[in-house]
Design a protein around this ligand. Structure first.
Ligand code: CO8
Length: 256
C-alpha cells in the first residue's frame, strides 16, 4: 500500500497503489496523499496527474471495511480529513488531471471531482454508490458533482447510485475527454501539456478566477475577475506576450 509521487518534465504524477483492494482509500492512504500534495505545492511542477495503480481501478472509494463499526465522531473526523485532502487538490495553483483508468466509485470519484480536469479510459466506470450502503457521499461529492454536471443529473447519480460508463461520462461533462490510445498515461500527459503550455501566472489567475467565482454571486465573481485580470498585466509574461504579438513572433513565457 503506497502513494508515489514522480516528477518529470514539469508534471507531477501521484499514483495510488493498493491494487489488491482496487486502490480503496483507507485513512492512512488519505494521510499519505495529503503529505504528497504538500510536496507538489512546493515543487516546480506545472501540472499534477493523479491515477491508480493496476489495470482495473482508479479508486474504488473509501475503504468500506475500515468504515464499519466506528462511532459517529470518528466518522465525522474521517469525512473532514478526506475533504481537507481533496480541498488541497482543488486549491493547487497548477491544473490537476485525474486519469480515471478503471473503476472510480464513491471517494474515488470524489477525488477525481476535486481535480481541475478528468480523463477516462473507454472502459472506465464511475458512480457514487454510497446510497446502496445506506450512506451518502462524504468527501465532497454532493457539492462538486452538481457544480460540474448540474443538480438534476447529480441527484440522479447520487440517489440511484448507478454506474456511468465512459461514453455517458463524456456526454454529461463528468469527464473532459476519453483516452485515445493504449498509452493512457501519455494521452493524459498530452492533455496536461496543452493546459499548462502558457505562462504559469496567467494559468493560476484564470484557474482561481473560475473556481473562486463559482462560489460567489456573479457581481462578486466579476470583481475577482477584474482584480486578477488587472494583476495579470503586472507580470513579465504579459510584457512578453503583448510585445511578441506586436513584433509578430512567438512569445517565450518565463512563468514570472
Ligand atoms: N473498500 C474496501 N475494499 C474494497 C472496496 C472498497 N471500497 N472496493 C473493492 N474492495 C476489495 C474487495 O473487497 C476485494 O477484496 P477481497 O479480494 O479481499 O475480497 C477486492 O477489492 C476486489 O474487489 P471485487 O472482488 O469486489 O472486484 P469486482 O471486480 O468484482 O468488483 C467493484 C469491483 C464493482 C468496484 C466492487 O469491488 C465494488 O462495488 N466496490 C465497492 C464500491 C463502493 O461502494 N465504493 C464506495 C465506498 S463508500 C465511500 O466511498 C464513501 C466516501 C465518504 C466516506 C466519508 C466517511 C469517513
Amino acid at each position: 500500500m503506497t502513494v508515489t509521487l514522480a516528477l518529470s518534465e514539469g508534471i507531477a504524477t501521484l499514483t495510488i497503489d493498493r491494487h489488491k483492494a482496487l486502490n480503496a482509500l483507507n485513512f492512512s492512504l488519505i494521510s499519505d496523499i495529503s503529505e504528497k500534495l504538500d510536496e507538489v505545492r512546493v515543487s516546480d511542477a506545472r501540472g499534477l496527474l493523479i491515477t491508480g495503480a493496476g489495470e482495473k481501478a482508479f479508486c474504488a472509494g473509501a475503504d468500506i471495511k475500515e468504515l464499519m463499526g466506528r462511532d459517529l465522531m470518528a466518522q465525522k473526523r474521517g469525512a473532514e480529513a478526506g475533504q481537507a485532502t481533496f480541498a488541497k487538490i482543488a486549491a493547487l495553483e497548477i491544473p490537476s488531471l485525474a486519469l480515471i483508468n478503471g473503476f472510480a466509485f464513491g471517494g474515488g470519484l470524489e477525488m477525481a471531482l476535486a481535480c481541475t480536469f478528468r480523463m477516462a479510459v473507454p472502459t472506465a466506470k464511475m458512480g457514487l454508490p454510497e446510497i446502496k450502503l445506506g450512506l451518502i457521499p462524504g468527501y465532497g461529492g454532493t457539492q462538486r458533482l452538481p457544480r460540474l454536471i448540474g443538480e438534476g443529473r447529480a441527484l440522479e447519480m447520487i440517489l440511484t447510485g448507478r454506474t456511468v460508463d465512459a461514453e455517458e461520462a463524456l456526454r454529461i461533462g463528468l469527464v473532459n475527454r476519453l483516452t485515445e490510445t493504449a498509452d493512457s498515461v501519455a494521452d493524459a500527459q498530452g492533455f496536461l501539456g496543452e493546459v499548462t503550455r502558457y505562462g504559469l501566472p496567467a494559468i493560476s489567475f484564470a484557474k482561481e478566477a473560475v473556481t473562486r467565482a463559482l462560489d460567489l454571486p456573479i457581481h462578486e465573481g466579476l470583481k475577482v475577475e477584474a482584480d486578477l485580470s488587472t494583476l495579470s498585466f503586472r507580470t513579465e509574461d504579459a510584457d512578453e506576450g503583448l510585445a511578441a504579438f506586436v513584433e509578430k513572433r512567438k512569445p517565450t513565457f518565463q512563468d514570472r
